[in-house]
Design a protein around this ligand. Structure first.
Ligand code: HEC
Length: 189
């Protein structure tokens, strides 16, 4: 029941019973919906800010709005919803062991030709506080992301990023490369 396999971008769950499989299907669907809500809200705000005030304005969206959107979805669902990466901007988004292992799997899968936009992984794990359903979905680096995560960032943006994130590692990304992942933890019992 706990195992799943990552097969060229799709995840297949080896379920012990149909009832358990139903529950997992429901959790996967709900996680996908939450990720979609998060991504859509963020993209909308980012686009509006870029149009209104340029990249400098948009940094505030990522800096303030991204954690706020994550917090509001987390509060409503009772889950932990966020973003993480193997190369972090905000150290507060650091992956835990399960997330770090999943990011590694995503990178390996991408290196062997898997489509990043389709990569996801889920698993039921035993944690200190009880069982948890863990879910992650890969985030590819798109063209608009290069403004703040690429290798030729405008000096004015570099200055703002340096001030806000002295330990920033989230630069130098190439188009299509794995930027990070959405991550969700659902407590089960
Ligand atoms: C206007 C600048 C800007 C743009 C454009 C931008 N980001 Fe970011 N990004 C940031 C900032 C600032 C943070 C730190 C947010 C925080 O403090 O949680 C961040 C954080 C992240 C994180 C969380 C992990 C970490 O490193 O802290 C991910 C994942 C991410 N960005 C992906 C993207 C993707 C994908 C795109 C393109 C769709 C994108 N970003 C576009 C500025 C930007």
């Amino acid at each position: 029941m706990k195992r799943m396999l990552l097969l060229a971008g799709t995840v297949v769950l080896a379920a012990a019973s149909p009832a358990a499989a139903d529950d997992v299907d429901r959790r996967v669907a709900a996680s996908r919906a939450a990720v979609k809500e998060f991504a859509t809200a963020l993209q909308g705000q980012l686009k509006a800010a870029l149009e209104a005030g340029g990249p400098s304005e948009a940094i505030s969206v990522c800096n303030v709005a991204a954690p706020e959107i994550a917090a509001s979805i987390s509060e409503r669902t009772g889950w932990t919803v966020g973003r993480t990466s193997h190369k972090l901007r905000n150290p507060g988004n650091a992956p835990d062991a399960w997330e770090a292992a999943t990011l590694k799997e995503f990178r390996t899968a991408a290196n062997t030709g898997a489509k990043l936009a389709k990569l996801e992984r889920w698993e039921i794990v035993d944690a200190d506080g009880g069982r948890q359903f863990r879910y992650m979905k890969a985030i590819p680096t798109g063209k608009p992301c290069l403004t703040c995560h690429g290798s030729e960032i405008d000096p004015a943006i570099v200055a703002r990023l340096d001030a806000l994130y002295p330990e920033d590692q989230a630069r130098g990304f190439q188009l299509g490369e794995l930027r990070g992942a959405f991550t969700i933890t659902q407590p089960i019992d």
